[in-house]
Design a protein around this ligand. Structure first.
Ligand code: ADP
Ligand code: MG
Ligand code: MG
Length: 888
């Protein structure tokens, strides 16, 4: 087994084996870019190490001979006093997990080799700075000494000699610091090893182990990264950005990752080592200034950025170091970007001819589209700024200030909205960021860990706000003369880089011109239609704006709940005779016509599926408990009443309440979700559906007369028996005909949500022009899971235990529910080849479920208004992914 690859041997296609970092270093070496010499230990080695807790057989020998080879290449010797070779030991998983695992720099330095380093570089201060970094990193990462203790020693020393920054410390002060650091380690009963090979061995092991540290595990869970990938370890010859002011280290993006603009974007620190930039110890300078500071290196950076972007055909996130004017690349990976940037970059790169149309569509993630529809701070509202910093991740977040991730998690679990405020940006904060509405930090740049993580999660963030002074003991921060205490409310505006006092109103940007352009390209590619689940005219309007091609589900029950309607509805339900019922329904008829008119106007030219009344009737009546307590109250009042005149109205009220109570008790069911509802009510009380069908057709006629194109589809819910729809059709079509007199075309169909309905779809399809899968109920009834209860009780445990991979109410269960859909489609089309088939459950807005609908060849998906843009993208992506499966 070969566990080690030199950079010359690898390539970008070896991510699984070499990790993203190793593969990137290899690829850059291969195409002739300046990378310090080095090699990568494979993820296979880590996999064995994680299992056995020791190196796989032969690995150490391979490391030794690789080090010999590295010595030959560099002309330096590992552990040599004259010409010491120093290396970094760097983590790197197959999937990018920025800052989640560990890296040790300057391995190979000890009390003796430092002399050689001083001699070769002629820079004593630099050498001691490198040494103190090694002892510090080694102590923290390899030996597990709390990093805080080193930071405190650093602060003490700075205070003692009145130095503002780390770089102001002199040689002697750094020497003193090295001794202090060694002592901290000793005080823990540990030792910093002088043997360079011991340093190397234990650093490699520590990096292997960092695969399983807490923050890496949390990150994997949040990002659905498999646990068994493991990390590779790259051993890289050290180059030094901390050799003076012709040296620097930095991070650059080939395009701006928050706007998508085509400009080199990034930050650097002169006289610093890599981790300084990401750790946010000093606030870095914008990359443009490098052009003045070290012009030749800047030109090399620009050239490398161009080459890399063309080569990878994607925006790259680059780490570089400049050693005495000489430029080196230390990392490249495809850049994380926010939603706005992702869309602009994909569109631009397509237009620039760098990527194809299909690649452009695949590059934008459905979650990006979601983020675009996130709220932003209302510009027109007056606000009080409490802090200004860098606009690290866009959007507006409102919540109560907390100062540590643990408190954030605790409060969030109690349903509170929180804003995480931190002095620095640290990778350990991920779990706090995950539950926060927004993030604010005092130090750190656009590429600090908090900024990167927040962007990826779509959380608003303001970082590097140097004007805020955080007092962790008092749990408060001060800024612009104001004191903000823990639990005070603030609004983080990550788009402007501002934090406001209190809760600021927000607005939703909706579709930008770029998103519209992108989505209309998606529309040309997709095969599935996209309709909306819209219950009000407002929702219908919004869904048109978002690109819906019709309404896939308009629920009518809401229309009976208005103040003016509910009493009529209740009277209708309690009617004893058909005549009585019809008279109340006639009152509702006119109101329903007006409801539908609005829908048809808005959806001019597009189909509108109106579902006939679905819920059980008792949902329109008061709850039993409410009624009995009201009745008791009236009885009490009756006792106190003195005159007949007082008593009469009370008695009348009492009788009325008791009459309702009787009906409520008569309609009570143990399991209303599978009870007397849907078409079952429609069959037993035919007048209700008759009224609704009349209203639909009358409304359609009215809007048609306005010159609009009206396409009504009448949907009968909860059909599981052929005879249900057969009888419905026989009753309702004559009414529709009577109303329309042949002047409007309409369709008549059913919502398929009872498993039996799927199995007898051939029978049902004889009487239906369309099917729409109601996958919420279909999932409930296929699993026998109560939609309203399981999530509170055992469903999450099922997912943790691995019984289920996903919540089947969110992600369509392809094996069970999906199989029923396939059966229904096949059997339905067999008896009615022109059957229109769609889906209107919540799944209609979920990308994975949409993909499945494409695969089995449905005609459309229907989603709630805010998920329509996502559905348009997901449908296009499904069409690209399954090109050969096109059913048409
Ligand atoms: P991460 O995955 O957290 O970014 P890296 O392995 O990239 O960790 O290392 C952290 C920083 O250390 C990098 O930003 C890089 O600039 C610096 N670094 C790593 N190896 C070397 C090296 N051989 N020479 C100089 N700097 C290095
Ligand atoms: Mg890095
Ligand atoms: Mg239903």
């Amino acid at each position: 087994m070969k566990y080690i690859y030199f950079f010359e041997e690898g390539s970008k296609d070896m991510q699984n084996l070499l990790g993203g970092k190793g593969a990137g270093l290899s690829e850059m070496t291969r195409i002739g870019l300046p990378v310090p010499p080095g090699f990568t230990i494979t993820t296979d080695a880590c996999k064995i190490f994680v299992k056995k807790n020791e190196f796989p057989d032969g690995l150490w020998d391979e490391v030794l001979s690789a080090m010999k080879k590295l010595e030959n290449i560099t002309g330096k010797v590992f552990g040599d006093e004259k010409k010491p070779l120093l290396v970094s030991v760097r983590s790197g998983a197959p999937v990018s997990m920025p800052g989640m695992m560990d890296t040790v720099l300057n391995v190979g330095l000890n009390d003796k080799t430092i002399r050689g380093l001083i001699e070769n570089t002629g820079n004593e201060r630099f050498a001691w700075d490198a040494y103190r970094r090694l002892v510090q990193m080694y102590g923290k990462i390899v030996l597990g000494v709390p990093g805080k203790e080193f930071d405190e020693a650093m602060d003490e020393t700075k205070k003692k000699y009145v130095r503002k920054n780390d770089i102001d410390l002199t040689t002697n002060e750094l020497k003193e610091l090295v001794e202090k650091f060694k002592k901290i380690i000793k005080d823990h009963g540990l030792e910093f090893p002088q043997d360079p090979y011991k340093q190397l061995e234990l650093s490699i092991k520590a990096v292997f182990e960092s695969w399983n540290n807490e923050r890496a595990k949390v990150y994997r869970k949040l990002n659905n990264i498999p646990e068994d990938l493991c990390t590779a370890v790259s051993i890289v010859t050290m180059v030094f950005g901390n050799m003076g002011f012709d040296s620097a280290t930095g991070v650059a993006f080939t395009r701006d990752p928050s706007t998508g603009e085509k400009v080199l974007y990034g930050e650097y620190l002169a006289n610093a080592q890599g981790e300084d930039v990401v750790a946010g110890i000093r606030t870095p300078k914008p990359i443009k200034e490098l052009e003045k500071d070290i012009p030749s290196a800047y030109r090399e950076l620009v050239r490398a950025a161009e080459i890399l972007e063309k080569h990878y055909r994607d925006v790259q996130d680059i780490e570089f170091t400049i050693e005495k004017g000489k430029f080196y690349l230390l990392q490249t990976r495809s850049a994380k970007r926010n939603a706005r940037a992702a869309i602009k970059i994909a569109l631009d790169m397509y237009k620039e001819g760098i990527i194809t149309l299909e690649e452009m569509i695949m590059r934008v993630e459905p979650s990006h589209i979601d983020q675009m529809l996130h709220p932003q701070v209302d510009e027109k509202v007056k606000k009080t700024v409490v802090a200004k910093g860098l606009a690290a991740s866009p959007g507006a977040g409102i919540g109560k200030v907390v100062f540590d991730p643990e408190t954030a998690v605790k409060l969030a679990s109690q349903g509170e909205k929180v804003i995480l405020v931190r002095p620095e940006t640290m990778a350990d904060d991920v779990h706090g960021i995950a539950v926060a509405q927004g993030v604010l930090t005092a130090r750190g740049g656009m590429t600090s860990h908090a900024a990167v993580v927040a962007r990826a999660m779509g959380k608003p963030a303001v970082v590097g706000s140097e004007e805020i002074v955080i007092d962790m003991k008092m749990r408060q921060f001060e800024s612009r003369g104001q004191v903000i205490k823990e639990l005070d409310t603030v609004t983080v505006d990550g788009s402007a880089g501002l934090v406001y006092l209190g809760e600021v109103p927000v607005v939703t940007p909706g579709l930008t011109p770029e998103l519209q352009e992108f989505l209309s390209i998606c529309d040309e590619v997709r095969v599935l239609g996209v309709r909306a689940n819209a219950n009000t005219p407002e929702e219908a309007k919004r869904s048109r704006e978002y690109g819906a091609e019709g309404i896939g589900l308009a629920r009518t029950e809401r229309m009976f709940l208005g103040k003016d309607r509910l009493p009529i509805m209740q009277a209708m339900i309690m009617s004893k005779t058909k005549e009585e019922r019809t008279s109340y329904l006639n009152k509702l008829l006119e109101m329903q016509v007006n409801d539908f008119v609005e829908f048809f106007r808005i959806m001019d030219g597009f189909p509108v599926i109106i579902r006939l009344l679905d819920p059980p009737l008792h949902e329109f009546l008061p709850k039993e408990l409410e009624l009995t307590s009201e009745i008791n109250e009236i009885k009490m009042k009756l006792k106190d009443a003195k005159t007949l005149k007082d008593m009469d109205p009370l008695i009348e009220e009492l009788n009325e309440r008791e009459r309702i109570l009787k009906t409520v008790r008569a309609l009570a069911e143990f399991n209303p979700m599978i009870g007397f509802r849907g078409c079952r009510v429609g069959l037993v009380y035919p007048e209700i559906y008759e009224m609704q069908v009349r209203a639909i057709i009358r409304a359609a006629l009215k809007v048609k007369e306005e010159g609009k194109n009206v396409i009504p589809e009448i949907m009968v819910p909860l059909v599981g028996i052929g005879n249900e729809i057969k009888i419905m059709r026989e009753r309702l079509i004559p009414i529709a005909e009577e109303e329309s007199k042949g002047k409007v075309k309409y369709m008549f169909g059913t919502m398929l949500e009872v498993p039996r309905g799927a199995l007898v779809a051939d029978d049902i399809a004889k009487y239906a022009d369309f099917f729409s899968f109601g996958t919420n109920d279909l999932t409930q009834m296929t699993f026998g899971f109560s939609r309203d209860d399981v999530e509170a009780t055992f469903l999450n445990r099922y997912i943790e235990l691995g019984v289920l991979e996903n919540n089947p109410f969110e992600v369509l269960d392809r094996d069970g529910v999906g199989e029923l859909m396939k059966i229904a489609k096949e059997r339905g089309r067999k008896s009615n080849p022109r059957l229109e088939i769609g889906i209107c459950g919540e799944h209609g807005g979920d990308p994975s479920s949409i993909e499945f609908c494409h695969i089995i060849g449905l005609d459309y998906v229907s989603a709630s208004p805010y998920r329509i843009p996502v559905a348009r993208l997901a449908a296009a992506q499904a069409a690209i992914k399954h090109k050969k499966n096109l059913n048409k």
